[in-house]
Design a protein around this ligand. Structure first.
Ligand SMILES: [Zn+2]
Length: 456
């Protein structure tokens, strides 16, 4: 069989992996939007393979850099099933609709620049087929798959494929995005066994999570310094799915336990409400501590008195008229697009404001510019001085660091495992990670270029 990484090769967005069996049966794993390759304007519009030859698409999780280009694949003739877990399926529709709205507002005059519309979202939804974790499912008599908990966001899966080519059996594992062990809400990743090849994310391949304190302690410090000791605003950019819920859940616990006075929290993201609902509905997919908390309290993970979910224009107006100190949790995480841009533009020149960056920011994104300490930024067409305090925490990280990845590889390793492909990370992070592995693991590592073909 042939394996080609069409994304994210030596970068972190645009995941898309093609597996072509000798029989011609073709599997695509993930089909995400690429936010990084600015040299190729057609990178998301055109697929580098014949879309109609794909038999099945397996989706690891709902994040848009893994799922966001699926309606375009359907638009261009993909008719097969889209296999994922149930929470992923429920999140997908909301994320795709949000993606259409963003594309429409970014390309008001230039309709041809839009990748897809509501029609393709509807068609894509009809092709979704859900599988529970750990159920072995035969795609045909030669190919079986099972989904393993990846620990990254609710419903996120690693994919284990058992492939029989003329009597020769091979097992291939795709990690998808892995989670940081000990996450607030999500179960820990479960490694896949008996593999011949592993394709693994390496987002934080050369980082060590620095924060030794708990999420509660970190939020108490930042809320106290910004919103209690001074009359400021704490702005936390966060992806709508996953990190926003981890932050809201932590705040709910702090308010309920009286560890912080009740402060107004605006969750300003079009998907926050839907995502909250999905976490409540599928709470049996979350870790046992979270399930216990939900059962022993008011049956909700995120509702608290001072939480204000911003859903429509009226809510936005209310938020803008609010003058007291407050916490704003808003998407998108890397500060590229989404409602966070509005808050940054309004408050970047306010010295009483703290912007707490709680996740990974790819090079070139606005988040990365702020973290580099730039004294001015360009936002909404204007140059502005940075007077707000910019801080960072990795306590809500949704990816494992160097040590977490090393442990995962050691758990997955065996004499049978011949190759570990590094994907979904910056090139430097991949080489640094390779260096710290044991000799046995290091000798198995391959770092593919985009479009490079490997025979497994
Ligand atoms: Zn992800």
């Amino acid at each position: 069989m042939k394996y080609t990484c069409w994304g994210a090769a030596k970068q972190v967005t645009g995941s898309m992996h093609l597996l072509q069996l000798d029989s011609g049966y073709t599997i695509l794993i993930d089909c995400g939007i690429d936010y990084e390759d600015k040299t190729n304007k057609e990178i998301n519009a055109r697929f580098p393979f014949d879309v109609k030859q794909i038999d099945v698409l397996i989706l690891t999780h709902a994040h848009i850099d893994h799922s966001g280009n699926i309606p375009n694949l359907v638009k261009q003739g993909f008719k097969g099933e889209i296999i994922c877990t149930e929470p992923t399926a429920y999140l997908l529709e909301k994320l795709w609709i949000d993606s259409v709205n963003i594309q429409n507002s970014n390309n008001k005059r230039n309709k041809s620049a839009r990748l897809y519309g509501f029609k393709e979202v509807k068609a894509s939804n009809e092709q979704v087929f859900t599988l529970p974790f750990y159920e072995r499912f035969e795609l045909n008599k030669n190919v079986a798959i099972s989904l393993h908990e990846a620990g990254h966001i609710i419903g996120a899966a690693s994919v284990r494929l058992e492939i029989d080519e003329e009597g020769e059996k091979k097992v291939i594992g795709f990690t998808g995005d892995l989670g940081n062990p000990g996450s607030k809400l999500i179960v820990n990743a479960v490694s896949m066994k008996n593999l011949d090849a592993l394709i693994s994310e390496t987002t934080y391949g050369n980082r060590h999570h620095q924060e030794k304190r708990t999420p509660e302690e970190v939020l108490i410090e930042h809320v106290t310094n910004t919103c209690i000791k001074q009359d400021g605003r704490l702005i936390i950019p966060a992806f709508s799915v996953g990190r926003t819920q981890a932050i809201l859940f932590t705040l709910k616990k702090l308010f309920n336990e009286g560890k912080l006075p009740s402060i107004r929290v605006f969750a300003d993201s079009p998907l926050a409400l839907a995502s909250n609902n999905i976490h409540n509905r599928y709470s049996h997919y979350l870790n046992s501590e979270t399930q216990d908390y939900k059962r022993d309290n008011d049956g909700s993970l995120f509702d608290f008195k001072s939480l204000y979910l911003v859903e429509d224009a009226n809510d936005i107006e209310d938020m803008e008229l609010y003058r007291d100190s407050c916490i704003i949790v808003s998407s998108a995480g890397m500060l590229e697009g989404g409602r966070i841009q509005h808050h940054i533009s309004d408050h970047i020149q306010n010295p009483l404001c703290t912007i707490l960056i709680a996740g990974f920011c790819s090079p070139g994104t606005l988040g990365a510019q702020l973290l580099m300490g730039q004294s001015t930024i360009r936002i909404k067409g204007k140059d502005k001085y940075v007077y707000a305090k910019v801080l960072q925490t990795d306590v809500f990280s949704a990816h494992p660091d160097t040590i977490g990845l090393q442990q995962y590889f050691e758990q997955s390793n065996s004499d049978k495992l011949k190759t570990i492909f590094f994907v979904h990370g910056e090139e430097m992070a991949m080489y640094d990670l390779k260096e710290v592995l044991t000799e046995d693991l290091r000798n198995k590592v391959i770092i593919p270029n985009r479009g490079e073909v490997f025979y497994l």
